[in-house]
Design a protein around this ligand. Structure first.
Ligand SMILES: *[C@@H]1O[C@H](CO)[C@@H](O)[C@H](O)[C@H]1NC(C)=O
Ligand SMILES: *[C@@H]1O[C@H](CO)[C@@H](O)[C@H](O)[C@H]1NC(C)=O
Ligand SMILES: *[C@@H]1O[C@H](CO)[C@@H](O)[C@H](O)[C@H]1NC(C)=O
Length: 721
């Protein structure tokens, strides 16, 4: 069974490999020159304030709430209240909330560790002035409280069960939102984490219906119009080929859903979901299928629509593929129109999924908000139960990602946006911060184009945490460039604002950071939010050209005229790049940017970018090629060693060692094939590996390793099924 599974797996990967290579070579041409980074900052170059909370044990930090003064962090047995300006801890407003002795003993009895049997606070929403709803994991027995502020004191008004509202495990990827006087949550409702649900008392998604939710990781939720939207990734039921695939989804429910008639009175009558399509177009689109983070809805001028409402989202390739990450923009209009479109339908378990013809859709259209869903016909309620999936996928704005990164070192984990930052000449730009799983934050600016898709300029790449520490959440703090970065163990308030580092006008303008402008009176690069007047400030975000440095700033009318009369031709810039041999190592230091001639200035800007492009491009080609080589060698080695193992009773020690190693490396992939058990409980798996460390070099250890793994899986099955 495992060998057939493996052949399936290797076929799958081998088929994919040439595509991946072709894509990345194509990507190299099409995308990477645009996305080279201008600045790379190590941790000691950035000013930051660190908050560690409980220093003796892990807090599993999460941002619960933020307003203009404070940020509330959920931690281990407490809620911390910090100032958003300087991270000053307001100790007198800390809320302590440990589990009761009885609950933590019960948790221990159920086989959890000391660190699990704590109350990690995951939810806080103000429900009325001075009133808060809070929920915590409470030693694997979720619990909620309503707090009321009275005369500066906080009292507990009510305590209730939190099952279905709050996760059991502080690391579970859950999300929730408070809207219309109700808490809407997407989490799990059982100890082992096998009952995922979207819940608002008393309505929930169907229990163990894989068409509705299939081992989801919830990422975020937002309210928009009459609906609550949930973003998540999950195992795709509609994927009919070999192996398991994860897709990204957006699901929605009506805020006013009252449940169905009769026995479906505790079920949603409006739950629908659709795939998110973040891909590089082509004959075989290359997909970034695993959503990691989204921003909230922002309003601005995108693609000619003045009041477009969009979200930015970070998506990645699967863990076992070459690390690819993308930022895609989704327009809420597009999301809504997919939910207006055809439904997906599968006749029988092995049949293909097909669109439902319009005349087979009952009326009123299932999934829409209605006056009173309790009087809906059974036909309607049954239709939505069996057709929760939309046929079409939500396309990214402009049909392609805004930014792509291919890296062997990191993937994107979090995204946030400082929306619509106003420049001195009254344009607006979104500044996007992207967190990675190797502790970095990229600062990116979205530069719209009047003709085609927008361009992402990566202003800087900043080391925030150590290389092994993923950035879990990002929040914008007041003041330009201030960002709050959350990891499991610490939270940092960092200043990602590089204006001061530049002493030349051309450098300041070429950075293209909407936060920075050249002050022509003081002769310094300043952060725009510290300037008292825009009068003498110069910026050029659209073109990043130093031409404006030469214009006398005292005459404002001429400045604006010149703005329009010096269009930098993007195409000529691009062809310039193509003509230059990419292997030529251009010397950026000696370039003279002070030429008055427009052509020369353009050349200066493009040359300094070019060197970055070439080295990065080469790195990627070399890395991809060597990885491909490794991978093919790997598979051959594996197959040979496998055959050898089958035919020989007494394999030589070297073979065992190799095989053992491979087994450990492919553990992730083979667990594909047992999707249900994989999600059962990672903690339990960890327990077994902790107590039985794999003995690498011992003869026969291979067998032991397999038995331990299978044994554990069976044990888990027995325990939870
Ligand atoms: C956090 O601290 C600020 C300032 O002291 C206070 O105004 C606010 O009410 C506190 N928040 C909570 C939830 O206690
Ligand atoms: C939650 O998401 C993170 C980041 O994508 C992932 O590494 C982690 O395994 C997920 N947690 C669980 C319990 O699946
Ligand atoms: C995703 O978008 C690409 C191009 O933008 C398109 O070719 C592809 O068919 C789409 N995929 C799905 C599943 O809709």
């Amino acid at each position: 069974m495992t060998s057939s599974a493996f052949s399936c797996l290797s076929k799958f990967n081998l088929n994919l490999l040439p595509f991946i290579l072709i894509y990345f070579i194509k990507l190299g041409h099409g995308w990477l020159p645009n996305t080279s980074t201008k600045l790379i900052n190590s941790a000691n170059k950035l000013s930051s304030i660190t908050f560690r909370g409980n220093t003796t044990s892990l807090d599993h930090f999460t941002v619960l709430y933020q307003d203009e003064n404070s940020i509330l962090l959920g931690g281990r047995n407490q809620i911390y209240n910090l100032s958003v300006f300087d991270f000053n801890e307001r100790r007198d407003s800390t809320i302590f909330w440990p589990s009761s002795e009885a609950h933590s003993q019960l948790c221990n009895l159920k086989g959890k560790f000391e660190d699990d049997c704590q109350n990690y606070i995951r939810i806080l929403f103000p429900t009325a002035p001075g009133k808060y709803l809070i929920c915590g994991t409470n030693s694997y027995k979720p619990i909620c409280r309503i707090l009321q502020e009275k005369n500066g004191q906080i009292i507990i008004e009510k305590e209730m069960e939190g099952i279905g509202l709050c996760p059991y495990d502080p690391d579970h990827n859950s999300t929730s939102i408070y809207s219309n006087g109700h808490l809407f949550s997407a989490t799990v409702a059982d100890f082992s984490g096998t009952d995922p649900l979207i819940y608002r008392e008393p309505l929930r998604t169907e229990l163990s219906d894989l068409r509705q939710l299939n081992a989801p990781n919830f990422v975020s939720t937002l309210t928009y119009g009459d609906y609550i939207y949930f973003f998540f990734r999950e195992t795709a039921v509609e994927y009919m080929n070999c192996g398991k695939v994860i897709y990204s989804r957006v699901a929605r429910v009506c805020k006013h859903d009252k449940g169905g008639p009769h026995q479906s009175r505790d079920r949603w009558t409006t739950f629908l979901k659709a795939r998110l399509n973040c891909s590089v177009p082509g004959d075989y689109p290359f997909y970034f299928d695993e959503i990691q983070s989204t921003t909230s809805v922002i309003e601005g001028n995108y693609g000619g629509n003045k009041n477009a409402k969009i979200i930015y989202s970070a998506l990645t390739t699967p863990d076992n593929a070459i690390g690819g990450s993308a930022i895609c923009i989704f327009d809420m209009e597009d999301v809504q129109s997919v939910f207006q479109g055809p439904f997906k339908h599968q006749d029988s378990i092995n049949a293909n999924w097909l669109p439902v013809p319009d005349n087979k859709v009952p009326s009123p259209r299932p999934g829409e908000c209605v006056q009173d869903s309790r009087v809906l016909a059974d036909k309607n309620v049954n239709f939505i139960k069996t057709h929760p999936m939309m046929e079409k996928a939500v396309p990214p704005l402009f049909g392609q990602p805004l930014l792509i990164r291919i890296s062997l070192h990191y993937r994107f984990t979090a995204v946030t946006v400082d929306p619509q930052v106003r420049t001195v000449n009254d344009e607006t730009y979104d500044v996007i911060y992207v967190g990675t799983d190797d502790g970095k934050i990229l600062k990116v600016v979205n530069i719209p184009s009047s003709t085609g898709p927008p361009q992402a300029v990566v202003i800087s790449e900043n080391e925030i945490f150590s290389r092994k520490t993923p950035v879990k959440q990002l929040r914008i703090a007041p003041r330009y460039g201030r960002v709050i970065a959350v990891s499991k163990a610490e939270v940092k308030l960092v200043t990602i604002n590089h204006c001061e580092h530049y002493s030349r006008c051309s450098d300041c303008l070429e950075l293209r950071d909407p936060h920075c402008a050249w002050d022509s009176i003081k002769g310094t690069c300043v952060s725009v939010d510290t300037a008292t007047s825009f009068r003498y400030l110069i910026q050029d975000i659209r073109n990043g050209s130093a031409v404006r440095c030469r214009i006398q700033p005292s005459d404002n009318t001429i400045t604006t005229k010149e703005d329009n009369t010096i269009p930098i031709d993007k195409n000529s810039l691009d062809t310039d790049k193509d003509l230059i041999d990419p292997l030529l190592n251009l010397d950026t230091e000696s370039t003279d940017c002070n030429e008055v001639d427009g052509e020369k200035v353009k050349g200066c800007a493009s040359q300094s970018k070019l060197t970055l492009y070439t080295s990065e491009y080469l790195h990627i080609i070399v890395a991809v090629a060597s990885l491909a080589g490794l991978f093919v060698g790997f598979l051959c080695g594996y197959l040979v060693s496998r055959r050898f193992h089958v035919h020989s009773q007494f394999p030589s020690p070297t073979f065992i060692e190799q095989h053992n190693h491979l087994d450990r490396l492919t553990v992730n992939q083979t667990s594909f094939l047992a999707p249900r058990t994989k999600t059962v409980n990672l903690d339990v798996l960890n327990v077994s590996t902790d107590s039985l460390p794999p003995k690498k070099d011992n003869l026969g250890s291979l067998k032991n390793l397999n038995i331990t793994n299978e044994g554990t899986l069976q044990k888990i099955k027995k325990t939870y099924i």
